[in-house]
Design a protein around this ligand. Structure first.
Ligand SMILES: *Cc1c(COP(=O)(O)O)cnc(C)c1O
Ligand SMILES: [Zn+2]
Length: 425
């Protein structure tokens, strides 16, 4: 346990619990819990150079800001994951007339999705508690991340996924030896069943929105973006940027994140929020959340202006962001509203088109849920929410190889040939 972790605060009633006191959500109102650190102490005693000079390029380089300090991680992908590449997309910058567009490419993490960050942190917590079985309800990626990162650690992964989970995601879970239950129902049904099974069998629940440590893993993407931006310089020469990177951290103007349950956006936001609390960046970027139009619960809540979510069946093909009711919606709405951001909807067709555009223009092959971020970029620019002088980061969340059926729909067909006569130059 990090000695500077003060406790877990309920997002609804504000109650502060000690980390050993509660395991999941607030016992009073089921609110999502948020880890709170002694930022005053840390800002006075933690030099950013301690982190930026650390030769370890895994998420564990941020140990002073993480809830768990792992002592002896096994030599599996768990020990080395993190520091996914941050690269620019000059063709997209030129086409949309935006000063700088960066891709934070988490499709390159060990199990090819952002979820590795969260699963790693929950596994570290399980090891700290001496738990042997970790369970998760997932639309596929969180489960694949848990299965892959449990491999070789002696921990057993138990998975609940909806029947509609894309085949490639199932393969990526089963191959690591996880026990997999396909639930005849929705993702939210899988969440409920996993929760009941954890209660019954004493398994540790990693499910998004229930386990408070997933956000702690996800915030490392925010740390990395800020550190990579500081080391790679700012957009165009002479343009205004936030801060001068003297601390080794620099914030962009805008971060765009696809939103399902809302745990990724609230996690990446938390990374920046903490860097700001430590005085290492001057301000927190604006957060743009992109939802699937056919998974409307989050967008409705955003429009209504409150923090209440209706349960509305999701019908999107974008499995990664399809949810009937977001499991971490309150913190996600706050991340967006508190930074002056916005929520943008993407239709299934727009996401499929965006898959092809990203693949052709930026050289990155992503799944539909992830491509939603690009839809948000294009629409946000058109709406004027993203300006020509902005420096924008797209959080890429998952590989296109995870959903081959959608990829084939987006990509079109090859040309069948037999001889030279069939080929037109
Ligand atoms: C899980 C996931 C998301 C959305 O994350 P939430 O925390 O559910 O908002 C986006 N893209 C991909 C590929 C995902 O797997
Ligand atoms: Zn509460």
């Amino acid at each position: 346990m990090n000695p500077h972790l003060i406790g877990l605060r309920c997002s609804l009633c504000g109650m502060l619990y000690s980390p050993g006191e509660v395991t999941y959500t607030c016992p009073k109102d089921n609110g999502n819990l948020d880890a709170v650190y002694d930022y005053t102490h840390l800002s006075q005693h933690l030099d950013s150079a301690t982190i930026t000079h650390n030769p370890d390029r895994s998420i564990w380089r941020y140990a002073p800001l993480l809830p768990i300090v792992p002592h002896a991680l096994p030599h599996t992908p768990l020990a080395s994951l993190g520091w996914s590449p941050l690269y620019r997309a000059p063709v997209i910058e030129r086409e949309l007339g935006i000063r700088a567009v960066w891709m934070k490419d988490d499709s390159r993490l060990p199990s090819s999705s952002f979820k590795d960050r969260a699963s790693a942190m929950v596994i570290a917590r399980a090891m700290e508690m001496g738990t042997k079985t970790i369970c998760v309800a997932s639309t596929g990626n969180a489960a694949a991340a848990l299965a892959a990162l449990c491999a070789g650690t002696g921990l057993q992964a138990v998975i609940f996924v909806p029947e509609s989970t894309p085949e490639a995601k199932l393969a990526g879970i089963l191959i690591h030896g996880a026990r997999v239950y396909t639930v005849r129902g929705s993702y939210n049904d899988a969440v409920a069943l996993a929760e009941a099974a954890c209660r019954e069998f004493g398994w540790y629940n990693r499910s998004t929105g229930i386990n408070p440590y997933t956000r702690e893993g996800k915030k490392t993407a925010g740390f990395e973006i800020a550190e990579q931006l500081a080391s790679q310089g700012r957009g165009n020469e002479g343009a205004r940027g936030q801060g001068d990177g003297e601390t080794g951290f620099r914030a962009p103007d805008v971060v765009i994140v696809p939103v399902g349950d809302g745990n990724i956006i609230s996690g990446v936001h938390k990374g920046f929020r903490e860097l700001h609390a430590l005085g290492w960046i001057e301000r927190v970027p604006r957060f743009v959340g992109v939802t699937a139009a056919l998974s409307p619960s989050f967008y409705r809540a955003w429009q209504l202006g409150g923090e209440q979510f209706e349960t509305i069946p999701s019908q999107t093909i974008a499995s990664g962001i399809g949810t009937d009711r977001p499991c971490d919606g309150v913190m996600a709405l706050r991340a967006i509203r508190s930074t002056g951001g916005i929520v943008i909807e993407a239709t299934d067709e727009e996401m499929l088109d965006a898959m092809r555009e990203l693949a052709m223009k930026a050289g990155v092959f992503v799944e539909p849920a992830c491509a939603a971020a690009y839809v948000g970029l294009v629409k946000g620019r058109r709406m004027g929410v993203i300006g020509s002088d902005d420096e924008v980061v797209l959080q890429l969340t998952g590989s296109g190889f995870k959903d081959v059926r959608s990829a084939l729909r987006a990509a079109g067909k090859p040309i069948s040939v037999e001889s030279l006569a069939d080929i037109r130059p």
